[in-house]
Design a protein around this ligand. Structure first.
Ligand code: SF4
Length: 299
C-alpha cells in the first residue's frame, strides 16, 4: 500500500490548485450543512448563488427553524429535489429543539439528525469541527476505489474501509482534495494523463494494459448520463418542481388553476394525473390537499 505517496500527491496538488468555494472559507457548521445539502444533487455552479442568498435569509439554525416551510421552499426554488429543503428545515428544528441551536460535532450524533447520512456526517465532522473523518461522496468514491484499491468496481463497504485507512491527519484538506480530483480528473472517463494522483494510483498502474476496456465502459456510462440529463424535460421530477414553485406563490390553488402551471396543454382529462402527482408530494410532506382533494397548498 502506498498511502503516503497518494496523500502527498493529493495534498500538494490541492495546496496549489484546490477550488476556492465559498463554503470552504467558513468554519460555521450551519453554513457548511446548508452547502452540503444543496450539493447533494445539484452542481456547484448552480449552488453558489443560492447558497449565499439562502444564508442571508436563514443565517442560523434558529432562523431556519422558525421559518414557514413555504418560505424555505421558495428560497430553495431552482435547486430541485425539494425534499432536501424540507429535511434541512427539519434538521434545523431538531438542532434547536434537542441541541439548543448548536450542531453536534460527533458523527454518530450528526447522523441522528433528519436527512444526515454517513457522507454528510463525515463532511460536517471534518470540515466544521476538524475531526479525522472520511467523507465519501460519489466523486471521492471513484478516486478511492481506483487510486487506493485499484478496482473501479469495489463495494461501498470496501471503499469506506479504504477511505478510513488512507485518511491523513489533515482530514478536511484531504477530503476537499479528493472531491476536486474526482470532479476534475477521476470522472466516469478518467483523465489519468493529467491527474495529480497518476504517479501513485493503483488503478492506473494495473490498468495500463487494459486501457481500452476502461475507456469503453466509461463512454457507455457517459452516454447513459447524457440520456438521463435529456430525460429531465417532461419528467415527473420536473412536474413536481413546478407544482411546488407554483404553490409558493399563493396560499392555496384549485387543481384547475394549478394544472396549467405544472404541465403544458393541461386539460380536465389531466386531473387524475395531477392528483396522483400531488398525492405523491403529500406523502412526502411537501403538499397538503384539502379534504375533497380539489385544492392544494404547501403544508
Ligand atoms: S490516475 Fe486515473 S484512475 Fe487514478 S485517480 Fe487519477 S484519474 Fe483516477
Amino acid at each position: 500500500m502506498n498511502h503516503k505517496r497518494i496523500q502527498r500527491c493529493a495534498l500538494r496538488w490541492y495546496a496549489k490548485n484546490g477550488r476556492d468555494l465559498p463554503w470552504r472559507n467558513t468554519g460555521d457548521p450551519f453554513a457548511i450543512l446548508v452547502s452540503e445539502v444543496m450539493l447533494q444533487q445539484t452542481q456547484v455552479a448552480r449552488v453558489i448563488p443560492k447558497y449565499d442568498a439562502f444564508l442571508r435569509r436563514f443565517p442560523t439554525p434558529h432562523a431556519l427553524a422558525k421559518a414557514d416551510l413555504r418560505d424555505v421552499l421558495s428560497a430553495w426554488s431552482g435547486l430541485g429535489y425539494n425534499r432536501r429543503a424540507k429535511h434541512l428545515w427539519q434538521t434545523a428544528r431538531s438542532i434547536v429543539a434537542r441541541q439548543s441551536g448548536r450542531m453536534p460535532s460527533d458523527p454518530a450524533a450528526l447522523r441522528a439528525l433528519p436527512g444526515i447520512g454517513r457522507y454528510t456526517a463525515g463532511a460536517l465532522a471534518s470540515f466544521a469541527f476538524g475531526r479525522q473523518e472520511p467523507a465519501v461522496d460519489t466523486n471521492v468514491r471513484r478516486v478511492i476505489a481506483r487510486a487506493v484499491l485499484g478496482r473501479a468496481d469495489a463495494s461501498e463497504k470496501e471503499v469506506w474501509a479504504a477511505a478510513r485507512d488512507v485518511l491523513p491527519k489533515e482530514a478536511a484538506t484531504w477530503n476537499h482534495a479528493l472531491m476536486d480530483i474526482g470532479a476534475l480528473y477521476c470522472r466516469a472517463t478518467p483523465n489519468c494523463l493529467k491527474c495529480p494522483l497518476r504517479p501513485a494510483c493503483a488503478f492506473r498502474a494495473r490498468s495500463a494494459g487494459a486501457k481500452n476496456t476502461l475507456q469503453e465502459r466509461a463512454s457507455t456510462k457517459h452516454r447513459v448520463s447524457r440520456a438521463q440529463a435529456g430525460a429531465y424535460e417532461g419528467s415527473r421530477r420536473q412536474h413536481r418542481g413546478r407544482a411546488i414553485r407554483a404553490l409558493t406563490t399563493a396560499p392555496s390553488l384549485g387543481l384547475l388553476q394549478l394544472g396549467p402551471q405544472v404541465k403544458e396543454g393541461f386539460g380536465k382529462s389531466d386531473l387524475p394525473w395531477l392528483l396522483d402527482l400531488l398525492s405523491d408530494l403529500e406523502r412526502d410532506g411537501l403538499v397538503a390537499l384539502n379534504r375533497r382533494k380539489t385544492r392544494a397548498a404547501l403544508p
